[in-house]
Ligand binder design. Structure first.
Ligand SMILES: [Fe+2]
Length: 421
Protein backbone atom coordinates (compact mmCIF):
# COMPACT_ATOMS: atom_id res chain seq x y z
CA UNK A 1 0.00 0.00 0.00
CA UNK A 2 2.79 2.37 1.02
CA UNK A 3 4.72 1.37 -2.06
CA UNK A 4 1.71 2.04 -4.33
CA UNK A 5 1.30 5.49 -2.79
CA UNK A 6 5.01 6.14 -3.26
CA UNK A 7 4.85 5.11 -6.95
CA UNK A 8 1.75 7.27 -7.50
CA UNK A 9 3.57 10.20 -5.87
CA UNK A 10 6.63 9.63 -8.06
CA UNK A 11 4.49 9.48 -11.20
CA UNK A 12 2.70 12.64 -10.14
CA UNK A 13 6.06 14.39 -9.64
CA UNK A 14 7.34 13.19 -13.02
CA UNK A 15 4.20 14.42 -14.80
CA UNK A 16 4.53 17.78 -13.08
CA UNK A 17 8.22 17.97 -13.95
CA UNK A 18 7.42 17.15 -17.57
CA UNK A 19 4.68 19.76 -17.80
CA UNK A 20 6.57 22.43 -15.88
CA UNK A 21 9.80 21.52 -17.66
CA UNK A 22 8.18 22.13 -21.03
CA UNK A 23 6.98 25.54 -19.85
CA UNK A 24 10.36 26.43 -18.36
CA UNK A 25 12.28 25.32 -21.47
CA UNK A 26 9.78 27.31 -23.55
CA UNK A 27 10.38 30.31 -21.34
CA UNK A 28 14.13 30.10 -21.94
CA UNK A 29 13.65 29.83 -25.66
CA UNK A 30 10.88 32.28 -26.34
CA UNK A 31 10.14 34.94 -23.79
CA UNK A 32 11.79 37.48 -21.56
CA UNK A 33 11.68 37.29 -17.81
CA UNK A 34 8.19 37.10 -16.38
CA UNK A 35 7.69 39.88 -13.87
CA UNK A 36 5.49 39.52 -10.83
CA UNK A 37 2.59 41.96 -10.62
CA UNK A 38 4.13 45.45 -10.59
CA UNK A 39 4.54 47.11 -7.23
CA UNK A 40 2.53 50.20 -6.40
CA UNK A 41 3.92 52.87 -4.10
CA UNK A 42 0.45 54.04 -3.01
CA UNK A 43 -1.13 50.86 -1.72
CA UNK A 44 0.74 48.89 0.94
CA UNK A 45 0.40 45.33 -0.28
CA UNK A 46 -2.02 42.87 1.31
CA UNK A 47 0.22 39.89 1.58
CA UNK A 48 -0.70 36.72 -0.26
CA UNK A 49 0.21 33.35 1.30
CA UNK A 50 3.25 33.13 -0.95
CA UNK A 51 5.46 35.97 -2.14
CA UNK A 52 7.10 36.04 -5.55
CA UNK A 53 10.37 34.05 -5.60
CA UNK A 54 13.59 36.05 -5.35
CA UNK A 55 17.26 35.41 -6.03
CA UNK A 56 20.17 35.54 -3.59
CA UNK A 57 23.85 34.68 -3.40
CA UNK A 58 24.79 34.92 -7.08
CA UNK A 59 27.94 33.14 -8.26
CA UNK A 60 29.50 32.13 -11.54
CA UNK A 61 28.35 28.55 -10.99
CA UNK A 62 25.08 28.96 -9.15
CA UNK A 63 22.20 30.98 -7.74
CA UNK A 64 19.85 30.52 -4.80
CA UNK A 65 16.11 30.77 -5.45
CA UNK A 66 14.31 31.89 -2.27
CA UNK A 67 10.60 31.73 -1.67
CA UNK A 68 8.62 33.00 1.33
CA UNK A 69 5.35 31.23 2.01
CA UNK A 70 2.75 30.45 4.66
CA UNK A 71 1.25 26.99 4.59
CA UNK A 72 3.20 25.64 1.61
CA UNK A 73 4.96 22.28 1.53
CA UNK A 74 6.89 20.20 -0.97
CA UNK A 75 8.49 23.31 -2.49
CA UNK A 76 10.60 22.58 -5.60
CA UNK A 77 12.29 24.63 -8.24
CA UNK A 78 12.05 23.37 -11.80
CA UNK A 79 14.68 24.95 -13.98
CA UNK A 80 16.37 24.70 -17.35
CA UNK A 81 19.50 26.20 -18.85
CA UNK A 82 18.96 27.75 -22.28
CA UNK A 83 19.11 24.94 -24.81
CA UNK A 84 18.96 22.22 -22.13
CA UNK A 85 16.32 19.96 -20.63
CA UNK A 86 14.45 20.50 -17.37
CA UNK A 87 15.89 19.73 -13.94
CA UNK A 88 14.37 19.88 -10.52
CA UNK A 89 15.84 20.91 -7.16
CA UNK A 90 14.04 20.45 -3.84
CA UNK A 91 13.89 23.54 -1.65
CA UNK A 92 14.74 23.44 2.04
CA UNK A 93 12.35 25.21 4.40
CA UNK A 94 13.43 27.21 7.45
CA UNK A 95 10.57 28.52 9.60
CA UNK A 96 11.16 32.17 10.53
CA UNK A 97 10.73 32.40 14.32
CA UNK A 98 7.89 34.61 15.54
CA UNK A 99 6.28 34.78 12.10
CA UNK A 100 3.90 32.57 10.13
CA UNK A 101 6.45 32.43 7.29
CA UNK A 102 8.86 29.79 6.10
CA UNK A 103 11.84 30.76 3.98
CA UNK A 104 12.34 28.09 1.33
CA UNK A 105 15.55 28.07 -0.65
CA UNK A 106 17.02 25.94 -3.41
CA UNK A 107 20.59 26.29 -4.60
CA UNK A 108 20.88 25.74 -8.33
CA UNK A 109 24.50 24.69 -8.61
CA UNK A 110 26.92 23.36 -11.20
CA UNK A 111 26.07 26.07 -13.75
CA UNK A 112 28.47 27.66 -16.21
CA UNK A 113 29.40 31.37 -15.91
CA UNK A 114 26.92 33.58 -17.77
CA UNK A 115 24.31 30.80 -18.08
CA UNK A 116 20.75 31.91 -18.74
CA UNK A 117 18.43 29.85 -16.57
CA UNK A 118 14.65 29.81 -16.58
CA UNK A 119 12.78 28.56 -13.51
CA UNK A 120 9.46 28.13 -11.81
CA UNK A 121 8.72 27.34 -8.19
CA UNK A 122 5.99 24.83 -7.53
CA UNK A 123 4.53 23.92 -4.18
CA UNK A 124 1.74 22.07 -2.46
CA UNK A 125 -1.10 23.83 -0.64
CA UNK A 126 -4.41 22.57 0.72
CA UNK A 127 -5.92 23.50 -2.62
CA UNK A 128 -3.44 21.50 -4.70
CA UNK A 129 -0.19 22.18 -6.52
CA UNK A 130 0.59 25.78 -7.36
CA UNK A 131 3.31 27.06 -9.68
CA UNK A 132 4.74 30.54 -10.02
CA UNK A 133 5.16 32.33 -13.36
CA UNK A 134 8.42 31.52 -15.18
CA UNK A 135 11.37 33.75 -14.30
CA UNK A 136 14.77 33.95 -15.88
CA UNK A 137 18.21 34.83 -14.49
CA UNK A 138 21.83 34.86 -15.59
CA UNK A 139 24.73 33.59 -13.50
CA UNK A 140 27.65 35.95 -12.89
CA UNK A 141 30.35 35.82 -15.51
CA UNK A 142 33.83 36.75 -14.25
CA UNK A 143 35.04 36.80 -17.88
CA UNK A 144 32.23 39.06 -19.22
CA UNK A 145 33.38 42.31 -20.88
CA UNK A 146 31.19 44.39 -18.53
CA UNK A 147 28.94 44.47 -15.51
CA UNK A 148 26.13 46.84 -14.59
CA UNK A 149 24.34 47.34 -11.31
CA UNK A 150 22.14 49.83 -9.43
CA UNK A 151 22.68 50.90 -5.82
CA UNK A 152 20.02 52.20 -3.42
CA UNK A 153 20.49 53.34 0.17
CA UNK A 154 18.55 55.04 2.96
CA UNK A 155 15.10 54.52 1.50
CA UNK A 156 13.83 54.00 5.09
CA UNK A 157 10.57 52.32 3.91
CA UNK A 158 9.71 55.24 1.59
CA UNK A 159 8.09 53.43 -1.32
CA UNK A 160 7.30 56.61 -3.25
CA UNK A 161 11.00 57.63 -3.36
CA UNK A 162 12.32 54.32 -4.66
CA UNK A 163 9.41 54.05 -7.11
CA UNK A 164 10.31 57.47 -8.53
CA UNK A 165 14.01 56.52 -8.76
CA UNK A 166 13.11 53.36 -10.66
CA UNK A 167 11.51 55.41 -13.45
CA UNK A 168 14.97 56.51 -14.62
CA UNK A 169 16.67 53.20 -15.35
CA UNK A 170 15.68 49.71 -16.36
CA UNK A 171 16.24 47.03 -13.71
CA UNK A 172 16.50 44.52 -16.58
CA UNK A 173 19.72 46.28 -17.68
CA UNK A 174 21.32 45.39 -14.32
CA UNK A 175 23.18 42.20 -13.48
CA UNK A 176 22.17 42.78 -9.86
CA UNK A 177 20.85 45.45 -7.52
CA UNK A 178 22.55 46.52 -4.29
CA UNK A 179 20.63 47.60 -1.18
CA UNK A 180 23.30 49.57 0.65
CA UNK A 181 21.66 49.91 4.04
CA UNK A 182 18.70 51.48 5.81
CA UNK A 183 16.23 50.18 3.25
CA UNK A 184 14.22 48.79 6.20
CA UNK A 185 13.67 51.35 8.94
CA UNK A 186 14.16 49.58 12.31
CA UNK A 187 12.51 46.31 11.13
CA UNK A 188 9.64 45.60 13.51
CA UNK A 189 8.75 42.15 14.85
CA UNK A 190 5.16 43.26 15.58
CA UNK A 191 2.32 41.23 14.10
CA UNK A 192 4.65 38.49 12.83
CA UNK A 193 6.96 41.12 11.30
CA UNK A 194 4.16 41.98 8.87
CA UNK A 195 5.69 45.30 7.78
CA UNK A 196 9.02 43.66 6.95
CA UNK A 197 7.36 41.08 4.70
CA UNK A 198 5.12 43.68 3.05
CA UNK A 199 8.08 45.90 2.26
CA UNK A 200 10.28 43.06 1.01
CA UNK A 201 7.41 41.87 -1.20
CA UNK A 202 7.17 45.40 -2.58
CA UNK A 203 10.92 45.64 -3.26
CA UNK A 204 10.98 42.22 -4.98
CA UNK A 205 8.16 43.22 -7.31
CA UNK A 206 9.48 46.74 -7.97
CA UNK A 207 12.95 45.56 -8.95
CA UNK A 208 12.14 42.15 -10.42
CA UNK A 209 14.02 40.37 -7.63
CA UNK A 210 13.10 37.03 -9.23
CA UNK A 211 15.21 37.86 -12.28
CA UNK A 212 18.23 39.61 -10.71
CA UNK A 213 19.52 39.25 -7.17
CA UNK A 214 19.14 42.07 -4.68
CA UNK A 215 22.40 42.07 -2.67
CA UNK A 216 21.71 43.19 0.87
CA UNK A 217 24.18 45.24 2.93
CA UNK A 218 23.00 46.14 6.42
CA UNK A 219 22.70 49.75 7.52
CA UNK A 220 22.62 50.90 11.14
CA UNK A 221 18.79 50.96 11.06
CA UNK A 222 18.78 47.30 10.09
CA UNK A 223 20.68 46.61 13.33
CA UNK A 224 17.72 48.07 15.25
CA UNK A 225 14.09 46.97 15.68
CA UNK A 226 12.70 43.70 17.08
CA UNK A 227 13.24 41.74 13.86
CA UNK A 228 16.89 42.78 13.37
CA UNK A 229 18.42 39.47 14.42
CA UNK A 230 16.16 37.50 12.06
CA UNK A 231 16.94 39.38 8.84
CA UNK A 232 19.45 36.59 8.18
CA UNK A 233 16.43 34.40 7.43
CA UNK A 234 15.47 36.57 4.45
CA UNK A 235 18.86 37.13 2.83
CA UNK A 236 21.66 34.84 1.79
CA UNK A 237 25.31 35.49 1.04
CA UNK A 238 28.23 33.04 0.97
CA UNK A 239 28.86 32.90 4.74
CA UNK A 240 25.50 34.00 6.16
CA UNK A 241 23.14 31.34 7.53
CA UNK A 242 19.83 31.61 9.43
CA UNK A 243 21.14 29.80 12.51
CA UNK A 244 23.87 32.37 13.31
CA UNK A 245 23.31 34.32 16.56
CA UNK A 246 23.76 38.12 16.29
CA UNK A 247 27.48 38.21 17.17
CA UNK A 248 28.25 35.48 14.67
CA UNK A 249 26.30 36.73 11.68
CA UNK A 250 28.59 37.01 8.68
CA UNK A 251 27.07 39.65 6.46
CA UNK A 252 30.28 40.65 4.63
CA UNK A 253 30.95 39.06 1.27
CA UNK A 254 32.67 39.67 -2.03
CA UNK A 255 32.24 38.71 -5.65
CA UNK A 256 33.77 39.10 -9.08
CA UNK A 257 31.64 40.04 -12.07
CA UNK A 258 33.03 40.99 -15.46
CA UNK A 259 35.94 43.41 -14.99
CA UNK A 260 35.02 44.29 -11.40
CA UNK A 261 35.72 42.92 -7.95
CA UNK A 262 33.30 44.08 -5.26
CA UNK A 263 33.62 43.77 -1.51
CA UNK A 264 30.61 44.49 0.72
CA UNK A 265 31.24 45.23 4.42
CA UNK A 266 28.84 45.59 7.35
CA UNK A 267 29.54 48.80 9.29
CA UNK A 268 26.85 47.94 11.89
CA UNK A 269 25.68 50.66 14.30
CA UNK A 270 26.76 54.27 13.97
CA UNK A 271 28.52 54.31 17.32
CA UNK A 272 31.83 56.11 17.69
CA UNK A 273 34.64 56.46 20.21
CA UNK A 274 32.50 58.91 22.27
CA UNK A 275 29.45 56.58 22.49
CA UNK A 276 28.85 55.65 26.17
CA UNK A 277 29.37 51.95 26.85
CA UNK A 278 25.80 51.55 28.14
CA UNK A 279 24.21 53.16 25.06
CA UNK A 280 21.68 51.14 23.03
CA UNK A 281 24.31 51.42 20.28
CA UNK A 282 26.38 48.79 22.11
CA UNK A 283 29.78 50.15 21.04
CA UNK A 284 31.76 47.27 22.56
CA UNK A 285 29.76 44.71 20.60
CA UNK A 286 30.22 46.54 17.33
CA UNK A 287 33.92 47.25 17.80
CA UNK A 288 34.54 43.53 18.30
CA UNK A 289 32.33 42.74 15.29
CA UNK A 290 34.27 45.11 13.00
CA UNK A 291 37.64 43.83 14.23
CA UNK A 292 36.52 40.28 13.44
CA UNK A 293 35.49 41.33 9.93
CA UNK A 294 38.80 43.21 9.53
CA UNK A 295 40.58 39.85 9.75
CA UNK A 296 38.43 38.44 6.97
CA UNK A 297 38.94 41.56 4.83
CA UNK A 298 42.71 41.48 5.29
CA UNK A 299 42.94 37.77 4.36
CA UNK A 300 40.55 38.14 1.45
CA UNK A 301 42.33 41.12 -0.09
CA UNK A 302 45.76 39.58 0.50
CA UNK A 303 44.70 36.77 -1.86
CA UNK A 304 44.09 39.39 -4.60
CA UNK A 305 40.80 37.80 -5.68
CA UNK A 306 40.37 40.39 -8.45
CA UNK A 307 43.06 38.69 -10.54
CA UNK A 308 43.59 40.82 -13.65
CA UNK A 309 40.35 42.78 -13.23
CA UNK A 310 40.98 46.52 -13.31
CA UNK A 311 38.25 47.65 -10.85
CA UNK A 312 37.96 47.09 -7.12
CA UNK A 313 34.82 48.55 -5.57
CA UNK A 314 34.20 48.87 -1.84
CA UNK A 315 30.59 49.04 -0.61
CA UNK A 316 29.47 49.90 2.94
CA UNK A 317 26.45 51.69 4.39
CA UNK A 318 28.34 54.10 6.65
CA UNK A 319 31.08 55.87 4.70
CA UNK A 320 34.69 55.57 5.80
CA UNK A 321 35.18 59.22 4.78
CA UNK A 322 32.65 62.04 5.13
CA UNK A 323 33.08 65.79 5.63
CA UNK A 324 29.69 65.90 7.41
CA UNK A 325 31.21 63.85 10.23
CA UNK A 326 28.85 60.89 9.77
CA UNK A 327 31.50 58.30 9.14
CA UNK A 328 32.44 55.10 10.93
CA UNK A 329 35.69 55.70 12.78
CA UNK A 330 35.83 52.08 14.00
CA UNK A 331 35.40 50.65 10.50
CA UNK A 332 37.77 53.20 8.98
CA UNK A 333 40.60 52.45 11.43
CA UNK A 334 40.16 48.67 11.15
CA UNK A 335 39.63 48.40 7.41
CA UNK A 336 41.54 51.21 5.69
CA UNK A 337 45.03 49.63 5.89
CA UNK A 338 44.13 46.51 3.83
CA UNK A 339 41.92 48.60 1.51
CA UNK A 340 44.81 51.00 0.85
CA UNK A 341 47.10 48.11 0.11
CA UNK A 342 44.59 46.58 -2.32
CA UNK A 343 44.07 49.86 -4.17
CA UNK A 344 40.34 50.59 -4.28
CA UNK A 345 38.93 52.27 -7.42
CA UNK A 346 35.64 53.49 -5.95
CA UNK A 347 33.83 53.56 -2.61
CA UNK A 348 30.02 53.55 -2.44
CA UNK A 349 28.20 54.50 0.76
CA UNK A 350 25.07 56.12 2.19
CA UNK A 351 23.94 56.94 5.75
CA UNK A 352 24.35 60.69 5.52
CA UNK A 353 20.98 61.33 3.78
CA UNK A 354 22.57 64.21 1.83
CA UNK A 355 24.24 62.89 -1.32
CA UNK A 356 27.83 63.93 -1.96
CA UNK A 357 30.89 63.13 -4.00
CA UNK A 358 34.41 63.16 -2.59
CA UNK A 359 37.14 63.28 -5.23
CA UNK A 360 40.25 61.13 -4.78
CA UNK A 361 43.17 62.86 -3.07
CA UNK A 362 41.26 66.04 -2.17
CA UNK A 363 41.54 67.07 1.46
CA UNK A 364 38.45 68.25 3.33
CA UNK A 365 37.63 69.44 6.87
CA UNK A 366 35.33 67.37 9.05
CA UNK A 367 32.32 69.28 10.41
CA UNK A 368 32.15 69.58 14.18
CA UNK A 369 35.72 68.38 14.71
CA UNK A 370 37.95 71.38 15.03
CA UNK A 371 41.04 71.12 12.84
CA UNK A 372 40.30 67.55 11.72
CA UNK A 373 40.80 66.81 8.04
CA UNK A 374 40.61 63.73 5.86
CA UNK A 375 41.59 62.74 2.32
CA UNK A 376 40.26 59.62 0.55
CA UNK A 377 42.57 57.66 -1.75
CA UNK A 378 39.80 56.99 -4.26
CA UNK A 379 36.53 58.67 -5.24
CA UNK A 380 33.71 58.20 -2.70
CA UNK A 381 30.06 58.42 -3.77
CA UNK A 382 27.60 58.86 -0.92
CA UNK A 383 24.00 58.31 -1.99
CA UNK A 384 21.15 60.22 -0.30
CA UNK A 385 17.66 59.53 0.98
CA UNK A 386 14.95 58.95 2.02
CA UNK A 387 12.98 62.04 0.93
CA UNK A 388 11.99 62.62 -2.68
CA UNK A 389 14.41 65.56 -2.67
CA UNK A 390 17.41 63.64 -1.33
CA UNK A 391 16.84 60.10 -2.65
CA UNK A 392 19.34 58.81 -5.20
CA UNK A 393 20.14 55.79 -7.30
CA UNK A 394 23.75 55.12 -8.29
CA UNK A 395 24.15 53.31 -11.61
CA UNK A 396 27.52 51.62 -12.07
CA UNK A 397 28.72 50.45 -15.45
CA UNK A 398 32.14 48.78 -15.57
CA UNK A 399 33.92 47.71 -18.72
CA UNK A 400 37.56 46.73 -19.11
CA UNK A 401 38.37 50.26 -20.31
CA UNK A 402 36.38 52.41 -17.93
CA UNK A 403 34.39 52.50 -14.74
CA UNK A 404 31.40 54.83 -14.75
CA UNK A 405 29.12 55.67 -11.83
CA UNK A 406 26.14 57.97 -12.40
CA UNK A 407 24.08 59.31 -9.52
CA UNK A 408 20.50 60.35 -10.34
CA UNK A 409 17.83 61.96 -8.20
CA UNK A 410 14.13 61.07 -8.13
CA UNK A 411 13.36 63.46 -11.01
CA UNK A 412 15.97 61.72 -13.14
CA UNK A 413 18.39 64.65 -12.94
CA UNK A 414 22.03 63.49 -13.13
CA UNK A 415 23.70 64.75 -9.94
CA UNK A 416 27.14 63.44 -10.69
CA UNK A 417 28.94 61.30 -13.19
CA UNK A 418 32.27 59.78 -12.41
CA UNK A 419 34.43 58.00 -14.95
CA UNK A 420 37.83 56.45 -14.51
CA UNK A 421 39.38 55.86 -17.91
FE1 LIG B 1 22.26 54.94 8.19
Amino acid sequence: MVQTAHVTMLMKRRTILKQVGAAVVGAVANVGPAMAEPASADAPSRLPDALAPYLQNPAADGMTVCFLARGASGVRVCWAVAGGGPSETDATGVPIPGTPWTRWSARIAGLKPGSVVSYEVFYQTDGGIVRTPANRFKTLDPAAPGVRFAVFNDIHDQRATITALCRHFKPEDCDFVVFNGDMFNDPSAADGARKVFELWDFYIRLLGGGCRPILFVRGNHETRGGFKDRLNHLFQSPDLTPDQPPAEQLWRFDLTAGPAYLVFMDTGEDDGPETPEDSYKAPKFWQAYRRRDAGWLRDRLAAKPWGTRPWRIFVSHIPLHNPAGWFSIGSRDAWLPPLREAGISLMLAGHDHAWKVLPAGKEFSIAGKSGATDKPDCPVLIGGGPSMKEGTVILVDATRDKLTARMLDASGKPLHEFTTP
